[in-house]
Write a protein that binds this ligand. Structure first.
Ligand code: IMP
Length: 192
């Protein structure tokens, strides 16, 4: 089965190919010549659907898209859907990490969770999948692998931050991997 994954991120596309396996032919946006798609919704689900719907409307193909946010309990769920631009438009991953450490300085409730929502449009119908990992925001950065908030996020039940794990370990337990696994289970049932 061929599916378009509405992303320009080659790492994400590779991660998804590894999880879904060879029964699924995954093409990313640049392979179909699709430009960047705006993300203007105020929820993860809304953004994921916006991207999948754009591809469906323009290319009439089976497709899916994801959106991820870091929800911090002491910040009433912020930055959530705004995780990429938490420190402002055009900010770097490091800007976001430093802003989070600053905003969380002295805060004792460090609970946070990463959430990924996938929107799938298959034969014209919409389906949603969610992957979530609970953890905590550390008081300083640890590790240099990964991206985004990885150096300050330690998943529950693990000693290492995401940034201290190998890519393979992180990709086995991550929020995105969990959502992708759900997508895979659904597709396997659907195509049986
Ligand atoms: P996206 O929806 O996957 O583009 O994610 C939005 C933002 O959430 C990214 O720009 C990162 O700041 C953050 N993020 C998403 N996934 C991860 C992750 O696996 N580790 C750390 N940060 C992440």
């Amino acid at each position: 089965m061929e599916l378009i994954f509405a992303t320009h991120n080659v790492h994400k596309a590779e991660e998804v190919r590894a999880i879904l396996g060879s029964n699924y032919h995954i093409k990313s946006l640049h392979e179909i010549g699709c430009p960047d798609i705006p993300e203007t919704a105020d929820t993860l689900k809304g953004n994921a659907l916006q991207k999948a719907q754009y591809v469906f409307d323009h290319y009439h193909v089976n497709c899916f898209a994801d959106d991820t946010g870091l929800e911090v309990e002491a910040l009433d769920g912020r930055p959530g859907v705004y995780s990429a631009r938490y420190a402002g438009e055009g900010c770097t991953y490091q800007d976001n990490v430093l802003k989070m450490l600053e905003e969380m300085r002295g805060v004792t409730n460090r609970k946070a969770s990463f959430k990924t929502i996938i929107a799938l449009i298959l034969d014209g119908k919409q389906y949603f999948f969610e992957g979530r990992v609970d953890g905590e925001i550390l008081t300083e950065q640890r590790g240099s692998d990964g991206f985004g908030y990885d150096p300050i996020f330690k998943p529950l039940g693990f000693r290492q931050t995401y940034a201290e794990m190998s890519a393979m370990s992180k990709n086995t337990i991550s929020h995105r991997a969990r959502a992708m696994q759900q997508l895979k289970t659904f597709l396997m049932e659907y195509t049986k």
